[in-house]
Design a protein around this ligand. Structure first.
Ligand code: SF4
Ligand code: SF4
Length: 85
């Protein structure tokens, strides 16, 4: 099944810490590299903008290659799920 554009819903990272995060941080309940971008209104990965290894991380994490979870319902409801209102 082909990928669809990533809308930054955060579902993938909040549900399954990736390999690079495991290597850097060990097992965590929540990946410390994931953040809610208040300007873009979507989740993003700090590793993608790393000044030294950003390009490598973007390649390793397939950032920019789209989303494989097209039926994930979070895609239709993108919001900050870390915020407790
Ligand atoms: S749209 Fe897909 S790839 Fe993007 S954050 Fe959500 S689940 Fe992950
Ligand atoms: S390091 Fe980036 S891609 Fe990996 S789980 Fe954390 S936020 Fe997601």
């Amino acid at each position: 099944m082909s990928a669809v554009p990533c809308v930054g819903c955060g579902w993938c990272c909040l549900n399954d810490q990736c390999r690079e995060s495991h290597i850097l941080h060990g097992y965590q309940k929540r990946c410390p590299e994931l953040y809610w971008d208040d300007a873009a209104l979507r989740y993003a990965c700090r590793l993608a903008a790393d000044p030294v290894r950003g390009e490598e991380f973007r390649f390793l994490l397939a950032i920019g290659e789209g989303c494989c979870a097209r039926f994930n319902t979070w895609r239709e409801d993108v919001r900050n799920r870390d915020r407790i209102d």
